[in-house]
Design a protein around this ligand. Structure first.
Ligand SMILES: Nc1ncnc2c1ncn2[C@@H]1O[C@H](COP(=O)(O)OP(=O)(O)O)[C@@H](O)[C@H]1O
Ligand SMILES: [Mg+2]
Length: 320
């Protein structure tokens, strides 16, 4: 069983690539076969964090069809169980990923012969990023302790939840219109929340209402707080849980907190993952804790999603 594990964040520079690389090493050290895929299209730099040379074909070549399969992109690393899929640093300009290519890519990533396929995603809430994030109902959200990082993480989760619910119903359905209208209403600072969505769908059908409730309940992103400086910071980190619970009806799980350590920045300059460079550090210890929790609960069931109208749009583009 291959577990695809997306790593996302609302804001850039919060440590997605650092977490992805070090988690990949920790999971491999724990005996798992791991693929690290650089999906930060337009900003690929995971090879740097891993200390690999930027010379292999990557996802950019797959998108342009210069490479036939995702599996053909696998690159070995210094760890026998850790493999790497480069991004689009060598062949950029592919941030616009056609819908059918993306669907096929998601399928192929899930079929790689590995225990974990970690997706190091780009920052922000573009639909491509969100669709990769939704491949696992328990995807990882990286967030730091700055208020803007927390608010951006909240916005990301809200956009992801709306898209998840929207794509839970077929194109042109009445349910989609209701969900879209709901998405345009303001929740923050009001009594309203995603709990109000199911009753509105009840008017269409009890099944639709029940389905929405089920999908919200099954959506359980897991948060890794990064760059913690003191225990008092955790209070701020908990804010993401409170606003997500109040407005989105989501129960977030926190599966790790990583300390701010200056040496981590140095590991990027030295191009060697911190878990290998300083295995005795607090940072490395906490990464291994996250790995241990993921092995115990990989959340392998992706939600079933209909395409947006992108399938139709893509087909119309094929018509020229
Ligand atoms: N725990 C940490 N302690 C110290 N610095 C960190 C830590 N995590 C990340 N950084 C710094 O933040 C920078 C950005 O991290 P990166 O993983 O590239 O972010 P992202 O992929 O989210 O854009 C790193 O180059 C590193 O200097
Ligand atoms: Mg990154």
């Amino acid at each position: 069983m291959t577990v695809v594990l997306p790593v996302a964040s609302g804001k850039g520079g919060v440590g997605k690539s650092i977490l992805s690389a070090n988690l990949g090493v920790a999971l491999a050290q724990a005996g798992k076969t791991v693929v690290l895929a650089d999906l930060d299209l337009g900003g690929s730099n995971l090879h740097t964090v891993l200390g690999l040379r930027n010379k292999h074909s990557g996802v950019g070549h797959y998108i342009t069809k210069d490479a036939d399969s995702i599996e053909s992109l696998l690159v070995e690393t210094e760890l026998s169980r850790l493999f790497f899929i480069p991004g689009d640093a060598l062949l950029p300009g592919t941030a616009n990923l056609p819908f059918f290519r993306k669907q096929r890519m998601i399928k192929e990533l899930g079929e790689l012969p590995a225990d974990f396929v970690i997706l190091d995603l780009g920052s922000g809430s573009s639909y491509n990023t969100i669709d990769f994030f939704l491949t696992n109902s328990g995807g990882l959200m990286v967030c730091t302790f700055e208020p803007t990082s927390i608010l951006n993480a909240y916005s990301f989760l809200k956009t992801a939840l709306l898209r998840l619910l929207y794509r839970s119903f077929p194109a042109k359905s009445e349910e989609r219109s209701v969900i879209e209208a709901f998405g345009n209403e303001k929740l923050e600072g009001t009594e309203k929340s995603f709990r109000d969505l199911a009753p509105r769908l009840q008017e269409i059908s009890p099944e639709a209402a029940a389905h929405v409730e089920k999908q919200i309940e099954a959506f359980s992103p897991r948060v890794v707080l990064n760059m913690g400086r003191s225990a008092a910071d955790l209070q701020l980190g908990a804010r993401l849980r409170t606003i997500s619970r109040n407005n989105l009806a989501l129960e977030l799980e926190y599966i790790g907190v990583l300390p701010y350590e200056e040496e981590v920045s140095r590991s990027v300059v030295e191009r060697r993952p911190e878990v290998l460079r300083r295995p005795e550090s607090r940072f490395a210890f906490n990464i291994h804790e996250v790995a241990r929790r993921l092995i115990a609960a990989p959340v392998p069931n992706p939600p079933v999603l209909y395409p947006d109208n992108e399938d139709l749009k893509a087909l119309s583009e094929e018509l020229g």
